[in-house]
Write a protein that binds this ligand. Sequence first.
Ligand SMILES: C[S@@+](CC[C@H](N)C(=O)[O-])C[C@H]1O[C@@H](n2cnc3c(N)ncnc32)[C@H](O)[C@@H]1O
Length: 173
Amino acid sequence: MNATPRENGPAGSRYGEAVFRPEQEGEGERIDFGALTYDDITMARLRALGVGPGWHCLDVGAGTGTVSRRLLDEAGVASVLAVDRDVRFLSARPVPGLDMLEADITAADFAPGRFQLVHARFVLMHLSEHDRLITALAELVAPGGVLVLSDAVDLTSDRTPDTPYTTMMRAMW
Ligand SMILES: C[S@@+](CC[C@H](N)C(=O)[O-])C[C@H]1O[C@@H](n2cnc3c(N)ncnc32)[C@H](O)[C@@H]1O
């Protein structure tokens, strides 16, 4: 398995600059398609960890907010603070109980409070300071709460045959 940590993007650019620009046509749909694929798995994992009524949750790099809204609608949590460096997709679909914060989670002063659930999916894989960010996010977890991080890994290697799948994976990374 080749699970090499990735930098922010081509030539050291930050997420959303060279690729995945929020204003690029179809970017919201791109995030939604990933969400459609993984949301059921994510929700099952979160429910298995006990996430439910009364929980105050932080969804880091919330994207279009599919997990944030399902936490409220299906798991019945008390509140979700959805944080993203660009909240235009989140603000397009407001729901009661969903608060939004436009912020850069890599900022040294990022400290939105403490939460029983701190969740980040497909976010840290795009950022270079994994260890520092994991520590910083762990400090936002209230006593007895959980930190749930999920990311993709590159399962290809130099010896993997060329297939449409490997071409797509290499292009993505
Ligand atoms: C691939 S999307 C994942 C969205 C959502 N978590 C999901 O799984 O559907 C990555 C998200 O992280 C956000 N993001 C990237 N870098 C960030 C940063 N430094 N601070 C806050 N949000 C960031 C992006 O704007 C984008 O919405």
